[in-house]
Design a binder for this molecule. Structure first.
Ligand code: NI
Length: 192
């Protein structure tokens, strides 16, 4: 797995093509709180392709809901792939304890699911530095099912917050589809 230092995202390419497009900057500040925002990658044990099964999706949803009740955070973006997930969270002010949240989410899933040791022990995190970083990770998450070859366009992947943002008008429905020229900029990212 590659570290962020390997990334050479073309910020302009991503931002220009961003959904609100048409010269308007995206309104990321609206969702960014005073607490920290983090990007995470969590991978299944031995890369077993279990996460997109109906029961897993339901379990994940329950796990997030239950953990969020006790330890609030905002999910800025999320995508679930068969053997890993990527997401971006914003934590409340003066709260940086994402490890406890992940521990609880993963253990809920493990306890209530049918798989032996479904998770890799570690997870990978990155602190979002600024709005450009936020925008790039937002794009990275939503383009991920295309990057991994599952679908030709983000809109075709069910387990993604992309649909929420299309409804909000932040992304056009065909954003990130393979016919868009700047895909190459993002496809060179090698996070996972
Ligand atoms: Ni990925």
């Amino acid at each position: 797995m590659c570290r962020l230092s390997c990334l050479k995202p073309t910020y302009d390419g991503v931002l220009k093509a961003s959904p609100c497009g048409k010269g308007k900057p995206m309104r990321y500040r609206r969702v960014r709180q005073n607490g920290g925002t983090y990007f995470f990658t969590v991978v299944t044990n031995k890369r077993k392709k279990i996460l997109c099964e109906k029961s897993s999706v339901d379990l994940l949803r329950d796990a997030f809901r239950i953990v969020k009740d006790k330890h609030p955070f905002t999910i800025d973006a999320m995508v679930v792939l068969p053997d890993h997930l990527h997401c971006m969270w914003t934590l409340p002010e003066n709260d940086d304890d994402y490890p406890v949240r992940w521990r609880l989410i993963k253990s809920y899933f493990t306890r209530n699911g049918t798989w032996d040791s479904p998770w890799q022990n570690r997870f990978w995190e990155h602190v979002i530095r600024d709005d450009k970083d936020y925008a790039n990770h937002m794009a990275y998450i939503h383009i991920n099912p295309v990057k991994h070859g599952h679908v030709p366009a983000p809109v075709e992947w069910e387990h993604s917050s992309f649909h929420r943002y299309v409804k909000m008008g932040w992304f056009d429905t065909d954003w990130g589809s393979k016919r868009i020229f700047w895909m190459d900029d993002i496809m060179t990212w090698d996070l996972d």
